[in-house]
Every structure is written in C-alpha cells, then in structure tokens.
Ligand binder design. Structure first.
Ligand SMILES: [Zn+2]
Length: 499
C-alpha cells in the first residue's frame, strides 16, 4: 500500500503541465531548448518504470507485512500476495535473509509462484521450513529491502500428531474449521554473532521465534455470496470495505508476533469489553455455555493481568474453539481445544477456565515479551501457567489449593525449569518440568521476595522487555533490580544452569 501511494504521489508531482512552461522572466531564450524537456507522452512510461528505490517509503522501525488473501474455503486453498518491508535493524550488513515457511513441511501445501526483491525476480532456496533469499546487494544496517511473494496454500487436514510426530497441529482444516496459523513466510530474528534463529520443530512445545512486525491483512473469499464467520488477529478496519461487508475483511495489527485467521460456518460469537480490549469468543453451537465461560474468563483475566503485569498489547483478543487438541497462542487470538469445551461442567473447576486464563496470559508472555520458545520455553510457559494461579487468587480464591493439587502436584512434577523442547521428552515430562516446576519456581520466588517486589518486578520486566525477545539473563537481571534478597538457592533448585 505504501509503495503504491508513494508512486502515485511521485507521478502526480511529475505530470502537471505548468512544470513544462519555463518562466520567461528568469530563463533567457538563448538557453531554453524546448526539446530537452521530456514530453508528457513519454513521462508516463518512464515514470512507471522508474527504479523502485525512487518510490520507496521511509525505512520503518520494524518489518511491515502486507498479506492479501483470496480464500477458497470449500477447496481449502488460499492465494496470497505478500509484501515485506524489511528494515535491517540487526547492526550487521546482510547478504541474505532467512524466512520461516512452516506450511512447506506439508508436501504441496506451499507453492511459491513468484518472488522478488526490490522489484527484481529472485529464486529463493526453499528446503522444508527454511527459505533463504539472496540479496542483490549487501543490505547495510538500517537500510531496507522490499520482498514480494506470491504463493498458493493448499491446507492439510488438521491432525493429531501421532507417536514420534512433530508438533505442527494448528495449520489446516477440519470439517467445520479452517485455520491459517503460522501460514506466511516471515523473516526470522537475527542475533549478531549467532546468526538467524530458526529451530526445528519437535514432539512437544513451540519452536518458532518471532520479532515484532506491523501487519495489514486483506481477506476475501472466492464465494462472495456465502462467506464464513472469521476470527483474526488484529483490529478490523471498517472504513474501506468493498462489496458485501462480510466478504471483505481488512485487519491491522501493530507490533504483533504472529497473525492468525480462523474461519468456520458454524461459529457463534459473543463479545464483551475489558480494559479497552474487545474480547470475542468464537464457539460451536453445542458449546454455548462453555463459549460464554471462556469469554467471561478471558475478560476477567485481562482485568487481573492488566493490574498485576501491565496493559494488554492489542485492542482485540479472540478466543477460538479449536477443532484440534490443546491450545495455542497467537497475536490477539488464541485457540482452545473443543476437548475443554466438551469437559466444561458449568463450574470454574476445569481446564476450560484454567486454560482460557493461561492462553490470555500469553498476550503478555509471548506477545508483549517474547522468548526463544524452543530453547527457553519456560520464559513464556511457566509465566503463563503461574498466571492461572494469579487469576484464581482474585477471581476464585477458594480454588487456589485445588489448582495446586489438580493442575500441578497430581503429576508429581520433576525436571529442570530451563529445559529446552528438545530435552524435555514427550508431552507430559516436558510440561511437568517447564510448566509445572516453573509454576513452583515462580511461587517460591514470590514467597521469598514478597508480593510487592514480585509484582513490581513483573511490571518492570514487561516494560523493559516489551517488544523484545527476553532471555533468562534479562529475567534475572531485572529481578535483581527489584530485590536484594538472596534467591540463589531457589534458582539452584530449579535450574540446571543456575547462572
Ligand atoms: Zn502456554
């Protein structure tokens, strides 16, 4: 969008006829040679073919992603035109970029039709999820390139990972739902001295690491008469809808980590406001009570976490009933499995409530403050799990003891909190170490330094690391700014690397 409008402005500035009339008083006739002025008829082709550098917008602070999506729901297919304005904020000169393309794990799911860098066609190297784009010239620090990709997504069936299969269960379709999750190429983070951060998926846990970016997403459906209900990351911009209102969606998301879309003909939607956030719950018709409970929990959790941690990141948050197992967080959207809606018993003593609070907490710990989800998953998962406790203390204080026994200690958790997804084994031992021992670690830490210091630390950690990718070192450094109490024995008890 920005490139187009820049080009239009440039053209407009060049075309007006008065520019071709030299002021007689200031240009002596002897010097004026009319043929040296380009004729208007030649201006258009020349301008249209002007180097893209002329039309480039200013270098943005963070990547600017534009995704134009034409979705064929019935065929489980989407045609996507993607533009990335990538500013090199790494501090190093770059000769190539590495992008993550998770859909390419499925054969035939990602078909790249064309690619370009600054308008010149390129052929990226694509192997599994790794796409490497050579740059035509070295990209200096604080300079920018414009990447364009045109591709087709053929969605796989949403499936449960089998024994030994890697955990990639959120992208795809079922009989009643289509999910675009980790669906577009994005430039992965780059660490000076270490390089590009793109890990392999594993049996448990998430593995992608996300810098923040600004998103503009346009979504159309190929059947304009009968479009499905859509849940999406970001705020829907109402002003520039084209055609039938429900067949064109224009979303904007500022400083987001991962933009997700879910569509279904079955969704019912309930909505409520909390702390300036429009909260929407999307659920299947047989789960109205659970859908309402998820909405209420999300609203309450936003209120509690705003008070305890700081402001939420976005103006919308959508809770989406997932036709797959477990839950998954995205920017301004989370999925929660239909299994938890099925188990909902009308009380808050169940996973629908606990995990709605957990997934909401990821809007702080994942979205605002990110982490290396593969190597240091505790930095979002332990904080989100212990946030369930923080939620219950205010919302249902009588359930706190039940939570410890039902959610945590029933599993007799063992293992180091700083376990990577690769060292954690299968789902249960991994969760026990990272999530459950992680909750005990944070509770012990809070007990030692006191509530006042603990929550001042949480708020400051959010403020200092907002928009960044935090490490254990960041966590401990900021902790020590809020307490002089010795916590080294607690860290030694829970961390294999207690530095
Ligand atoms: Zn989580």
């Amino acid at each position: 969008m920005a490139v187009c409008s820049g080009l239009i402005l440039w053209l407009t500035a060049c075309v007006p006829a008065p520019a071709f009339t030299p002021p007689a008083a200031t240009v002596p006739p002897a010097v004026f040679i009319p043929t040296s002025f380009p004729k208007p008829t030649r201006m258009f082709p020349t301008s249209t073919l002007a180097p893209s550098a002329t039309a480039k917008p200013a270098v943005p602070d963070i990547p600017q992603m534009t995704l134009d999506v034409l979705m064929d729901y019935a065929a489980h297919r989407a045609e996507v035109k993607e533009t990335i304005l990538y500013p090199n904020r790494t501090g190093d000169p770059l000769t190539f970029l590495v992008l993550a393309v998770q859909p390419n794990f499925w054969q035939g799911a990602f078909i790249l039709n064309s690619s370009s860098v600054d308008g010149a066609p390129v052929t990226p190297k694509l192997a599994e999820q790794r796409m490497e784009v050579q740059l035509p010239q070295v990209l200096a620090p604080d300079a920018m390139v414009v990447l364009n990709f045109d591709y087709t997504l053929n969605l796989p069936v949403l499936s449960v990972p089998g024994e030994g299969q890697k955990n990639l269960s959120t992208f795809g379709y079922s009989e009643r739902q289509l999910n675009l999750a980790h669906w577009y190429p994005f430039v992965v983070p780059y660490l000076p001295g270490k390089g590009w951060v793109l890990h392999d998926p594993w049996l448990s846990g998430e593995y992608l690491v996300h810098d923040i970016a600004d998103y503009t997403v346009h979504l159309h459906f190929s059947d304009p008469v009968n479009p499905p209900v859509v849940a999406a990351s970001g705020e829907e911009i109402q002003s520039i809808q084209v055609g039938p209102a429900s067949n064109f969606h224009h979303y904007q998301l500022k400083q987001g980590r991962a933009f997700a879309i879910s569509a279904s003909y079955d969704y019912l939607v309930s909505e409520q406001e909390a702390e300036g956030v429009t909260v929407r719950s999307y659920y299947f018709p047989e789960h109205q009570a659970a859908g309402q409970a998820v909405l209420q929990t999300t609203v309450q959790a936003i209120q509690i976490f705003t008070e305890k941690f700081g402001p939420p990141p976005h103006s919308t948050l959508s809770a989406v009933e997932a036709d797959f197992e477990d839950g998954m967080e995205f920017s301004g959207l989370y999925f929660l499995s239909r299994d938890y809606y099925n188990q909902y018993d009308g009380t808050p003593q169940n996973y629908a409530t606990l995990l709605a609070a957990h997934e909401t907490a990821h809007q702080w710990w994942f979205e605002r403050v990110a982490n290396d989800q593969a190597l240091e998953p505790w930095l979002d998962e332990a904080l989100a799990t212990y946030a369930e406790h923080v939620f219950l203390e205010t919302a249902y204080p009588r359930l706190v003891n039940w939570w410890w026994s039902f959610r945590v200690d029933a599993y007799a958790p063992k293992g180091w909190v700083d376990t990577s997804i690769y060292d954690g084994g299968k789902f249960r031992p991994y969760v026990n170490a990272v999530y459950l021992r992680g909750a005990h670690f944070l509770d012990d830490l809070r007990g030692r330094i006191g509530d006042e210091a603990y929550f001042a630390f949480m708020k400051d950690y959010l403020t200092q690391m907002n928009g960044r990718i935090a490490t254990k070192e960041n966590f401990l450094t900021i902790l020590r700014q809020h307490t002089s109490v010795d916590v080294s024995d607690i860290i030694a008890e829970y961390f294999q690397d207690p530095r």
